[in-house]
Design a protein around this ligand. Structure first.
Ligand SMILES: Cc1cc2nc3c(=O)[nH]c(=O)nc-3n(C[C@H](O)[C@H](O)[C@H](O)COP(=O)(O)O)c2cc1C
Length: 177
């Protein structure tokens, strides 16, 4: 059976991001491994340069998580927007992909999707987080397949019917093969 690995980076286990993720995953019939990045809490990159010389990170706390990601068919980032970007534990994860940054890229072998929620309009964050995700997915040998931003959650935390339909359609397409 195919496998989807989800990196969930909201501190709220039942907040807006989780609600959005639940709708998206309602269309997934694959095996699902959900990682709570606040529990994983990867150590931040210390720029020691070891990955440049040895190709291996100084820390080993992401080894099993990365093994799972690199054996998945679908990878999903599900995150609230914090200061226009990802919350600290997910940002640490992204920084820790540095060992893969300069590796020669082969054709992607998995698919990646970004789900995000933000309190306001999210205009600048969308652009920034999409760029960050494109780079991260490429480092994870994943094809960036798109994103969905649930905006204005400060006003209304419920997902309206039209949003639910749109998210389900995007998910059905993403999980289609
Ligand atoms: C520390 C912090 C920083 C935030 N920064 C932004 C921001 O830059 N832009 C924005 O639109 N919302 C921002 N928000 C609001 C969250 O993105 C929003 O409430 C989100 O939907 C929360 O998701 P959750 O219910 O899964 O925690 C911020 C919230 C916090 C706690």
């Amino acid at each position: 059976m195919k496998k989807a690995v989800i990196l969930f980076s909201s501190p709220h286990e039942n907040g807006c991001t989780k609600k959005l993720l639940d709708v998206f995953l309602s269309q997934c019939r694959f095996e699902k491994h959900i990682y709570n990045m606040y529990k994983e809490n990867p150590a931040p990159c210390i720029a020691c340069g070891q990955c440049e010389t040895d190709g291996v990170c100084f820390y080993s706390d992401m080894t099993s998580l990365l093994r799972d990601v690199f054996s998945a068919d679908h990878v999903i980032f599900a995150s609230p927007v914090y200061n226009y970007s990802f919350p600290a534990p997910m940002k640490a994860f992204l920084d820790r992909l540095q060992p893969y940054y300069s590796e020669e890229k082969t054709a992607p072998v998995r698919k990646g999707f970004l789900l995000a929620t933000c309190g306001k309009s999210g205009k600048f964050s969308m652009e920034l987080m999409e760029k960050q995700s494109r780079i991260a997915f490429s480092e994870l040998s994943a094809e960036y397949c798109g994103c969905y931003f649930q905006t204005e959650t400060d006003k209304d935390i419920t997902l309206q019917n039209d949003a639910i339909c749109k998210v389900k359609k995007l998910a059905a397409l993403f999980f289609s093969d």
